[in-house]
Design a protein around this ligand. Structure first.
Ligand SMILES: Cc1cc2nc3c(=O)[nH]c(=O)nc-3n(C[C@H](O)[C@H](O)[C@H](O)COP(=O)(O)OP(=O)(O)OC[C@H]3O[C@@H](n4cnc5c(N)ncnc54)[C@H](O)[C@@H]3O)c2cc1C
Length: 376
């Protein structure tokens, strides 16, 4: 039986909702989630996930729903500037032969799967709500909410993302995400029916470009590109700016590039990352997901690492462990893995910006597949 009875999760994103499911599955009596957004909505872009994400979904009991909501594809092809395939990486089917090793998902589709899971397990999600103060004692952590109410919990899990307010309040203002020098450009387009691989093109200094299947009918085209000084782009120029970054590449890039016409449909995000030093807890407050280890998308592992945090926490919460032991065991299982992903992703971005002799993108991606295949 767990020593935890009441847990609050701050943030109802991928990590927070997954943690709620994991904790309720582990038998925690009361799990509350506060999500600052008044609507259960996420912005309409896609994410790609790999076999360790699907294995983590299986541990939460929602892998079938996740796979059904997404589009399974075969793996990653790393190409030269002209589109000739240099390396193909597929990864093992870690969740079992019946599940794919690579999946494209729209964020709204994944959110729906997680929200249904939360509803089924009986966690309480409060939308349009956040905390105002967090006060800890030996006995518990008392949280005042934005509606003026107050409750005391055994544990607060901060899953409030890369700009975590809990991190700022409990750990200090000095821990801030850093701009990595690149931005990511994305646009959804129709998927050619035979496109079953994600393709990334190397060969120009500054970044890489590519496209990846997202749903039966769509793909997204992307550029991860050097953006010195983290500039602001006039929203009207986004289509044209994205097109510039795609110049000179082969494969399907030229024909997809011509279809990037509507600046309002371009999703541009500067890349920021943070790796909190261990431990990610202070007393009874634990950071997970992007709040603890926001990475860049170079390895496609951000969501997977957030869900793995949830699975490990749920597993430990189900045991009769003193809180301190539980949190230490959590750190022992999570820190090095997240550190590898965080540093590896930043390393790839550095190589893209500053071409380096011996840089081995496909070798590091293969290592990532090996590391993430290990049990969590
Ligand atoms: C451009 C881009 C592309 C990406 N592509 C991929 C990809 O292809 N594959 C992949 O695996 N990962 C990808 N990621 C990373 C992935 O999106 C994150 O790692 C993942 O969403 C982390 O989940 P999280 O729950 O920790 O944070 P989030 O998903 O950011 O959720 C945080 C939640 O907390 C809420 N919140 C914030 N502040 C408060 C507050 N004060 N009170 C209450 N609630 C609050 C937010 O509204 C949000 O709902 C990408 C990231 C970026 C930026």
């Amino acid at each position: 039986m767990s020593t935890l009875k009441k847990v609050l999760i701050v943030g109802g994103g991928i990590g927070g909702l997954s943690t709620a499911i994991a904790l309720r599955n582990a038998g925690i009596e009361q799990v509350d989630i506060v999500e600052i957004n008044p609507e259960p909505k996420v912005y309409h872009v896609g994410i790609v996930v790999q076999a360790n994400f699907i294995r983590a979904m299986a541990a939460l009991g929602i892998a079938d729903e996740a796979v059904k909501a997404g589009f399974p594809y075969n793996g990653l092809r790393i190409c030269n500037i002209d589109g000739d395939v240099k390396t193909e990486l597929s990864g093992a089917k870690l969740a079992g032969e019946q599940y794919p090793s690579n999946l494209g998902l729209t964020r709204p589709a994944l959110h729906e799967v997680l929200l249904n899971g939360v509803k089924k397990t009986g966690a309480h999600l409060k939308l349009g709500m956040t905390f105002t103060t967090i006060n800890q004692s030996e006995q518990g952590v008392t949280v005042t909410f934005s509606d003026g109410t107050q409750q005391t919990y055994d544990l607060v899990v901060a899953a409030d993302g890369v700009y975590s307010k809990v991190r700022q309040v409990v750990f200090g203002e000095q821990f801030k995400p850093k701009f990595t020098g690149q931005g990511v450009w994305r646009y959804n387009l129709p998927r050619p029916k035979d496109l079953m691989y994600s393709h990334m093109f190397e060969g120009k200094s500054g970044g890489k470009v590519g496209y990846t299947p997202l749903t039966e009918n769509s793909l997204y085209i992307l550029a991860v590109w050097k953006e010195p000084g983290n500039p602001f782009f006039d929203p009207d120029t986004l289509a044209e700016e994205f097109q510039k970054r795609l110049e000179g590449f082969g494969g399907l890039i030229p024909q997809l590039k011509e279809q990037i016409t509507d600046p309002t449909q371009v999703v541009y995000r500067p890349l920021e990352a943070i790796l909190m030093p261990s431990p990610w807890y202070r007393g009874r407050v634990l950071l997970i997901g992007d709040a603890a280890h926001a990475t860049t998308p170079h390895m496609g592992q951000g969501a997977a690492q957030a869900v793995e945090d949830a699975v490990v926490l749920g597993e430990l919460a189900g045991k009769d462990l003193p809180l301190q032991d539980m949190l230490d065991q959590f750190m022992a299982r999570r820190y090095n893995r997240c550190k590898f992903i965080n540093e590896g992703s930043i390393q790839i971005g550095e190589w893209e910006q500053y071409p380096t002799p011996g840089a081995n993108f496909s070798g590091l991606m293969a290592k990532m597949i090996e590391v993430t295949a290990q049990p969590i």
